[in-house]
Design a protein around this ligand. Structure first.
Ligand SMILES: Cc1ncc(COP(=O)(O)O)c(C=O)c1O
Length: 414
């Protein structure tokens, strides 16, 4: 089952902008995706219909309250959380993670161990390193195997048995595309009473998240990576949410997710976040009357089918050229272990030169480290300019892949 790509693309105004008569090809999704008209409308309608603070009785405040709680419910559906009250809303993943490190630090003692991953974006590394430094903690690392581009989970049980109190790991790498075995990580953490903190930012636009099935304590994602505004959501298992301290202002709610949501929220962004989740659900072939969670799950089946149909010919095309190296899983038998994000380098051209060639053809990509300091360091790519990242989203097309391959081939011939 898939969706009609033309009908998808017709909903995204940005996909139809031309520069000097030349179409744009957006392969920059991992740094932020484009937005459908329904999200744009929801943001602007919030300013018209719901422009007030929360907690009053007149129509605009009632509408604003409904939007914020509607966004919480929608993001709970996206993450598979049974209770909307287990979702903390925030400005971005980095901010939410820093908030959590400050809170979790109060539960730890000097000499405690935590476990971090070499696969992760720096937003799921630096805040924990800062916490470890100021709280006097010891850090254990899950290493990235450069031969398989996967995390070596072998030592994890040993770290946990020895008493590690927390594991922070990513769902999928924002450069290599590798999907980690987060189920295994969360199972082990739970077995040894350690907190599991999952960064699902890169995974969220590409596959179904199910926090209840994962059994994670916390999982965080950013709405601007899945067709919405610059907002983020953090699932916290209710028992954990209850015991973690926050610092709400005195008149503000002292319990529930709101205790972590300081000040007036970004209502218009949350209105757009609600619309972004509904947009994803709308890609399902199930009727609009069906349960939203079921529609989200089936939409991601369609998204995955579409993205894989673009990704694997692109991988094959790049491989067959010679000259380029793909830093990541390239065996189609392991398709379920990767997201549609490619990190490439060239034998003679720097990532920055590849980016320039693509930009000259109005193909949008990123060169450098994309904040993935640990993975690129582990692969020895940090000092040589990093990688060129091609990120496929569900609104990309076969024609766009062919044009991208043509530009890469042209550069390869130089
Ligand atoms: C995997 C991953 N984690 C975390 C982040 C940080 O997210 P935010 O910009 O919402 O702080 C990013 C942003 O690129 C990311 O790709």
């Amino acid at each position: 089952v898939t969706f009609d790509i033309n009908s998808v693309r017709s909903q995204f105004p940005a996909l139809h902008i031309e520069d000097a008569g030349k179409r744009r090809i957006y392969l920059d999704g991992p740094a932020g995706t484009q937005v459908p008209q329904c999200v744009i409308d929801a943001v602007s309608q919030c300013f018209v219909q719901a422009n007030a603070n929360l907690g009053g009785n007149f129509p605009t405040t009632v509408a604003a309250e409904a939007l914020v709680e509607g966004a919480r419910e929608a993001l709970a559906d996206l993450m598979g959380a049974h209770l909307p009250e287990s979702v903390v809303l925030g400005p971005n993943m980095t901010g939410l993670t820093k908030l959590m490190t400050a809170s979790i630090a109060t539960q730890l003692s000097p000499g405690d161990h935590i476990v971090l991953s070499r696969m992760d974006h720096d937003a799921n590394v630096s805040p924990w390193l800062d916490m470890a430094r100021s709280a006097g903690l010891h850090v254990n690392w899950l290493e990235l195997d450069p031969a398989t581009f996967q995390l070596d989970l072998g030592p994890l049980e040993g770290y946990l048995k020895a008493g590690a109190k927390l594991v922070a790991a990513g769902y999928a790498s924002n450069v290599l595309g590798t999907i980690n075995d987060v189920r295994e990580i969360c199972d082990l953490a739970r077995r040894y009473n350690a907190i599991s903190y999952i960064d699902a930012v890169h995974y969220a636009p590409h596959g179904t998240i199910d926090v209840e099935a994962l059994g994670c304590d916390m999982l965080v994602c950013s709405v601007y990576k899945f067709f919405g505004p610059h907002c983020a959501a953090l699932y916290v298992r209710p028992e954990v949410l209850e015991r973690l301290p926050a610092q709400p202002l005195r008149p503000a709610p002292q319990t529930g997710p709101v205790k972590f949501e300081s000040g007036t929220m970004n209502h218009e962004g949350l209105a757009g976040s609600l619309a972004a989740v509904d947009y994803i659900a709308s890609l399902s072939a199930l009727p609009a009357s069906a349960n939203r969670r079921a529609r989200i799950v089936s939409a991601f089946d369609a998204i995955q089918a579409h993205e894989n149909a673009l990704l694997w010919p692109l991988i094959e095309g790049i491989k067959s050229m010679g000259g380029y190296t793909i830093h990541g899983i390239t065996d189609p038998n392991s398709a379920n272990k990767r997201a549609p994000t490619l990190a490439i380098t060239h034998a003679r051209h720097s990532p920055q030169a590849i980016e320039q060639a693509l930009t000259a053809a109005n193909i949008f990509s990123w060169a450098g480290h994309s904040y993935a300091i640990e993975p690129l360091g582990a692969l020895g790519l940090l000092k040589s300019g990093g990688i060129l990242r091609l990120g496929i989203a569900h609104y990309n097309t076969q024609e766009e892949m062919a044009e991208t391959l043509a530009v890469l081939a042209q550069l390869n011939a130089q």
